[in-house]
Every structure is written in C-alpha cells, then in structure tokens.
Design a protein around this ligand. Structure first.
Ligand code: AP5
Ligand code: MG
Length: 218
C-alpha cells in the first residue's frame, strides 16, 4: 500500500517548508504542484506556457492541466512508496481525481494536516520569503534566514522572490484559496482524515505537531 499525505493550508501557511522536512522524516517524495508549474515556466514547456497567465495572476490553473501534470509525477518510480502532496488537491474536482487515481494504484490518503494561519501573518510571511532557484528550498528574511544572505544553505544556488508574492497577487491568492480550496477542509474532515494544526507556533513546533498527527494516522 502506498501512502499519501495531503498538506492543506492557505498561501504562506508553511506547506512547502513542512513538506521538505517531512519528506525526509517519512522517506516520501515531496510533490508540490506549485514547484512543478514553476519548473515548467522556467523551462518554457508547452505546459508552462499554458499555466503562465494563471500563475502570474494568482489564479488556479484549470483542473485538467493540473490533474494531468500531478498524475504524471505520481506515476514516476520514485513515488513507489507514496508522496507528500503540497498544494494539490486544491479544488473538489482535483480531490475526486486524486481519490480515483490512488484507488487504481493501491494507494490512499492517510492524513491531511491543515495548517491554519491568520491572513496578516500570511502577508508578512510571503513578503519576506526567499526561494532557492535550483530546488525550491524556502527561507524567510526574519523567521528562517539563510546563513549567507541571498544564497541557499543546502545547495549554494541564488535565492529569489517569487513573482506571485507581490502584495496585490498575494491578496488575490488568499481570496482564491478561500473560494475554491477551503471547501476541502470539510471534504477531508468528513472522511476523518483532517487534523487542524496551529501554523503560527514556529517551524519546529509545527513539525512536531504534524509528526504526531501523521504517526497517529499510520
Ligand atoms: P503554490 O506554489 O502551491 O503556492 P501557495 O499554495 O500559494 O503556497 P505557497 O507556496 O505560497 O506557501 P506555502 O504554504 O508553501 O508556505 P512556505 O512553506 O513557502 O502555487 C503557486 C501557483 O501555482 C498558484 O497560485 C496557482 O496558480 C498554481 N497552482 C499550484 N497548485 C495548483 C493546483 N493544485 N491547482 C491549480 N493551480 C495550482 O512558507 C511561507 C513563508 O513563511 C516562508 O518564508 C517560510 O520560511 C515562512 N514560514 C513557514 N512556516 C513558518 C512558521 N511556522 N513560522 C514562521 N515562518 C514560517
Ligand atoms: Mg509552497
């Protein structure tokens, strides 16, 4: 049986930060739909060209494109044990498509940690975020600074600020999350998979609570 964790939470909640840590702890691959889109944008692939305008505006890329991209990623052999899903699913249609895919692959979602953070904190986090060019490692100028400004501790690549972290785009992303993604909280709560985690308590404390929730579910 392959196991999958779904990390839910608004933009800036800490999904990517936690997924990077948990992937190592549980020996699962970190699959971030946002990172996959950014990779395609950087490489100017056909998929990247289709996604560009949506990502730039902070809107969701249409379900058919997103589902196809994540499905291809989950079929790769490094996902044989399962994966930590970060940023997917993000609509009820994506959640249904995931359930169908996993049932065909002898897999299941075992736990859905929902990282909850108030809007003012999200804005502060996204405006101070720095991301690594090479592998998407995540920093914050105050909360989690790199050892050398502008350089990733882990792979030495340059850090950059995401285009969609501009204030107006952030506000729109939060609205899109509330309208289109927040319904998944109830969807997974009804399946007894959801654990709400206070995402304001510092990165290590959030990790500890997530590990406890996931271990209880395994
Ligand atoms: P995506 O890349 O998924 O962005 P997002 O969901 O908006 O989330 P973020 O990556 O901004 O936040 P995060 O929760 O990962 O926070 P992080 O750990 O970085 O999506 C981008 C775009 O791609 C979308 O707008 C859409 O266009 C498209 N897309 C992606 N998936 C899609 C899908 N399924 N369907 C359709 N379209 C899709 O942390 C943020 C900052 O806070 C960092 O600086 C970090 O250091 C800091 N921090 C983290 N945790 C803490 C803590 N506990 N205390 C203090 N600081 C913290
Ligand atoms: Mg992220």
């Amino acid at each position: 049986m392959r196991i999958y964790l779904v990390l839910l939470g608004p933009p800036g909640a800490g999904k990517g930060t936690q997924a990077q840590i948990l992937a190592e702890k549980f020996n699962l691959v970190h699959v971030s739909s946002g990172d996959l889109f950014r990779e395609n944008l950087k490489n100017k692939t056909v998929l990247g060209q289709k996604a560009q305008a949506y990502v730039d505006r902070g809107e969701l890329v249409p379900d058919d494109i997103t589902i196809g991209m994540v499905k291809d990623r989950l079929m790769k052999s490094d996902c044989d044990n399962g994966a930590i899903l970060d940023g997917f699913p993000r609509t009820p249609a994506q959640a249904e498509a995931l359930a169908k895919l996993l049932s065909e692959m002898d897999g299941k979602v075992v736990s859905v940690p929902f990282i909850s953070v108030p809007v003012e904190t999200l804005i502060e986090r996204l405006s101070g975020r720095w991301t690594c060019q090479a592998q998407g490692h995540i920093y914050h100028e105050k909360n989690n600074p790199p050892r050398v400004a502008g350089i990733c501790d882990l792979d030495g690549s340059a850090l950059y600020q995401r285009e969609d972290d501009k204030r107006e785009t952030v506000m729109h992303r939060i609205q899109v999350y509330q309208d289109q993604t927040a319904p998944l909280i109830e969807y997974y709560r009804k399946q007894n998979l959801l654990t709400e985690i206070d995402g304001t308590i510092g990165i290590e404390n959030v990790t500890d609570r997530m590990i406890t929730a996931i271990q209880e579910a395994l």
